[in-house]
Write a protein that binds this ligand. Sequence first.
Ligand code: PRX
Length: 635
Amino acid sequence: MSYYKIDSLEHYFKMYKKSVREPRKFWDKIADEHFTWYQKWEKVIEFDMQEAKFNWFVDAKLNITKNCIDRHLARRGDKTAIIFEPNNPEELAQHISYNELYAKVAKMANVLREQGVKKGDRVCIYLPMIPELAVSVLACARIGAIHSVVFAGFSSAAVSSRINDSECKMVITSDGSYRGNKVIDLKIIVDEALEKSPCVEKVLVVKRTNSKVTMKADRDIWLQPLLDEAVPNNVAEIMDAEDPLFILYTSGSTGKPKGMVHTTAGYMVQTAYSFKNVFNYEENDVYWCTADIGWITGHSYILYGPLLNGATTVIFEGVPSYPDFSRFWEIIEKHQVNQFYTAPTAIRALAKENIDFVQRFPLKSLKVIGSVGEPINEEAWHWYNAHVGGKRCPLVDTWWQTETGSIMISPIPFVTPTKPTYASLPLPGIQPVLMDELRNEIEGNQVTGSLCIKFPWPSMARTIWGDHQRYKETYFTAFPGKYFTGDGALRDEVGYYRITGRVDDVIIVSGHNLGTAPIEDAINEHPAVAESAIVGFPHDIKGNALYGYVILKEVGESRNQENLANEINQLISDQIGPIAKLDTIQFVNGLPKTRSGKIMRRILRKIAEGDFSNFGDISTLLNPEIVEEIKNGKL
Ligand code: PRX
């Protein structure tokens, strides 16, 4: 019986039980059978949940890129590793074989070393979805530099703060990026960011859009001429199992973004294992995940997971609406995609368009369709299942997080029966539990609670860059001895999980994880603003949208409120990025607060949702009268 690939429900239950009873043996087998190591481990895991310290595959030595590329060369050298589909459908797609990928990554790795990047250095990658992004990520991993990919929709202030937090010495960017019919001048954003990031010594620039750029002497260098000179061979750095592989920033419910640190061996083992099972990838399949590599989904399931399995993975530069709303379906047809993985927000947006856009395409190549990033509502689930999956492809609703590194709860196609809106059962090795408010584990079925994970898993983030205390407090103190996900969930009568949404101050907008605190900080920078509070409210396409309550400094501020609202949104856009803009801004004279000064977001959420039915007991508030006033002013 294979440990690596599950092929029946009975097999799943067997493996699941084994993984709970003997987690060490379970992961030992998987790691042993399917990867290339310089040296194997002394112990599978050493950990201390209280201190939030986790060492997986203790003392093992490896390089993840040897596993992603080199070991496939003998058998799959000519197989396509990456299909690059450009933004503009008129531009030719590129097929990059494993042999070619090896040469590209080797050259890039050599360039990085020549430019002074060493093992352990941090490199910020701020690139559009082009092959150079994949190559840069892998080249960092090749030489042991820690990559910090920043989504190319973030503003210069967001880029700068992420660079500074982890003291990146290099930035890899491009002159610009294409998104639909727009060109975004990325290099200008980087230039602005670097005014506040003196730690950066070198900027490598990819030419993509031919936008006009200013190259700063001694700092900025065009990448292509360096690659042209570089040797297409490279000896991979020997990495320890627990050496950091990358940092990826995610929003927290308070303060600055958290630089989640993922390490090498555990991340490799589990992303590979979960990819193989959740997508049922077979040797000649073409797999496509529409996420951006700037998010964890892109790291784990565009790059590492697929390449670790010798898969063909599609990288799409564009957007679902350009040149029209059939773009996704056209790409599936063009490249005969077999597994398609996208987000509910994209599904909802596409379902709103004329059904003809999708019905024009038979989509017969598809075998498995997937969803990630936020709860998928019933309507979107059925639309996706019927119109994309043709009711014959299992729909895998995959629950996981930046912090978990890999998919945690998901159906396994052709194994686990699916149920609309349910992420269903945990993958082997994952032990979810639901907790009540008194921190007791809720046993049995048909229950709801806070979702925690009981036992460590290999691909979990190990710390927050530079702030282990915050890591410990955020994830391991609310429910001592367990990892707290920040999500609420219910478990149905057969033990299937359905994720109901965040129970903290993180709001998922179009699948993007946004913390209320950084947005409020941005708003509060406006000179006319005294205080603000952000909540989420349901939105047809985005899942949630943001509603802001803003108190102005001067009572009866005479300025036009529409202008103020626009200025506030501009500030948010500058500080964080357009994804964090507010849909609605209501100017108020006060915010409902507890006697200890905590904003009662529960009440603000209800008002934003237009649900005035039951605010609960508001008499204990410092200022109960404000609730009525805010309610009457609702937009
Ligand atoms: O609230 C959950 C939601 O997205 C959060 C994690 O966001 P992020 O770290 O950006 O990673 C997104 C991609 C893995 C979770 O805490 N979430 C993710 N997947 C699902 C989901 N909510 C419901 N169903 C899902 N399938």
